[in-house]
Design a protein around this ligand. Structure first.
Ligand code: FAD
Length: 452
């Protein structure tokens, strides 16, 4: 049977673009890709990239005070949203162009429209055109969802926050995950009066308790009103403000309310059910270790499969798919020991198990230290950082590393290599410290602070 293409990719985000370009560029496969919105997907257009640029923008406010303490005669000025936003839009346009060109230069034919499946080898584009392919890869990502409650339509999500008409005077951010907590830091740093509601007992659920506790404490020190155990009951529009009734009995007004309480996979209306492609509890596409669905010619990668929803993971899954299907080298995706950064202020870098998870698995030693970093301490700041290692008593392997500190994301990338290689506590100890840096504590902690 002959097909129009060897591979048809639905979705031009992190995973889809990588899979399409590697399949076409490295194996000579005939590849097409459909993207209904903008090339680059969530990460480039409305996720990692614009967010990190906003983190950078927001961090300058704290630097002025530090510079003054170091003797600089400078005064804080005002942040100009229009200036920043104009540059942001231009940068995203540039990056979208880069992604389009990557596809073009690798011989991938792209269609700027929505696609859905008709049968195991056929996709239909929004204009009604049908294309056949030997393999179909679904890489449609995910989207933010706002729960339904009175006034919920007044909320914005991470999709809109990058393109506000103006910076608000006040914002309520609802949610306790990394996106909510990062935007609380961003808005606070940009000078917006920031409140964060989270219905649970502590933000950043799923991460090491001590690390997330310190992040929350420091966020409060920075001026964010983090209200734990609190949720929104209803919202009403009052002039240019939104009145928010909360479960803790309070009523406050905010100019903007941003919800970051969850995301859903983009797997609806793709025609999956009729084909027998299995979906999970959250609606995600169920795949095996090779990203293959229940229909052999259909694969799915990235956030639409809701495994580990991070850009480098979607990219890995795309590469493993090409390796498996087009290079004859069956490659399961390795989701173990993924280092990751949370760009809160302070930043958190983490790899492996948290203390609670590690202790539940086996007896461990906990090595941890908190201290005031040199630069902040000299400037008279009260900020503290955390360096923490969790070590298996039986094997001496480092099971988890958690860093709360400026630059923690950069540090954890490197610590992640050692830990992925199976480094023991003694391997860390044998490594000579770099001095004077914060991360030297990772190789100089001699005594466990506790066992568990
Ligand atoms: C605010 C925010 C911050 C983030 N920060 C980080 C971070 O710091 N680090 C990190 O690693 N990850 C981060 N992420 C997560 C990261 O963006 C995602 O994990 C990643 O983008 C997933 O890639 P993907 O290829 O699965 O999907 P996406 O990048 O979402 O791409 C899917 C694409 O498919 C298109 N599409 C959907 N349906 C169709 C259809 N039927 N037909 C045609 N096209 C379709 C969409 O328009 C989209 O362009 C962040 C996410 C958000 C929301």
């Amino acid at each position: 049977m002959s097909f129009d293409y060897d591979l048809f990719v639905i979705g031009g985000g992190s995973g889809g673009v990588r899979a399409a370009r590697v399949a076409a560029g490295e194996t000579g496969a005939k590849v097409a890709l459909a993207e209904e919105d903008r090339y680059g997907g969530t990460c480039v257009i409305r996720g990692c990239v614009p967010k990190k640029l906003m983190v950078f923008a927001s961090e300058f406010s704290g630097m002025v005070g530090d510079a003054q303490a170091f003797g600089w005669d400078i005064q804080p000025g005002a942040f100009n949203w229009d200036t920043f936003h104009g540059k942001l839009v231009a940068e995203l346009d540039r990056l979208e162009g880069v992604y389009r060109n990557i596809l073009k230069n690798n011989g991938v034919e792209s269609f700027d429209q929505r696609a859905h499946l008709v049968d195991a080898h056929t996709v239909e584009l929004a204009d009604g055109t049908r294309k056949t392919a030997k393999h179909i890869l679904i890489a449609t990502g995910g989207r933010p969802v706002v729960p339904e409650f009175p006034g919920s339509d007044l909320a914005i999500t991470s999709n809109e926050v990058f393109h506000l008409d103006k910076l608000p005077d006040s914002i309520l951010i609802v949610g306790g995950g990394y996106i909510a907590s990062e935007f609380a830091g961003i808005m606070n740093g940009l000078g917006v009066k920031t409140t964060q509601f989270y219905r649970g007992a502590q933000i950043l659920r799923g991460f090491d308790d001590e690390a997330r506790g310190l992040v929350c404490e420091e966020m409060r020190q920075n001026g964010i009103d983090v209200r734990l155990g609190t949720n929104v009951l209803e919202m009403t529009k009052e002039g240019d403000q939104i009145r928010v009734k909360a479960t803790d009995g309070t009523e406050d007004r905010f100019e903007v309310v941003m919800y970051a309480t969850g995301r859903a996979p983009n797997a609806d209306n793709l025609g999956l059910e009729a084909l027998g492609v299995e979906r999970g509890r959250k609606g995600e596409i169920v795949v095996d270790a090779y990203s293959q669905t229940a229909v052999p010619s259909i694969y799915a990668i990235g956030d639409v499969t809701d495994r580990v929803n991070l850009t480098p993971v979607a990219i890995r899954e795309g590469m493993a798919f090409v390796e498996t299907v087009f290079k004859g080298n069956p490659t399961p995706v390795d989701h173990e020991l993924i280092p990751t950064a949370i760009f809160t202020q302070p930043e958190m870098g983490t790899v492996g198990l948290g203390e609670e998870e590690a202790a539940a698995q086996e007896p461990i030693e906990v090595y941890a230290t908190t201290f005031k970093p040199m630069q902040k301490s000299f400037a008279g700041g009260t900020q503290r950082v955390l360096m923490k290692l969790l070590v298996s008593k039986a094997t001496r392997k480092v099971l988890g590393c958690h860093i709360v500190a400026p630059g923690a994301g950069e540090m954890i990338q490197l610590a992640g290599i050692a830990i992925k290689m199976g480094a023991t506590k003694e391997d860390f100890d044998r490594t000579v410290a770099v001095h004077p840096v914060m991360a030297e504590e990772l190789v100089t902690m001699r005594q466990p602070v506790r066992t568990a």
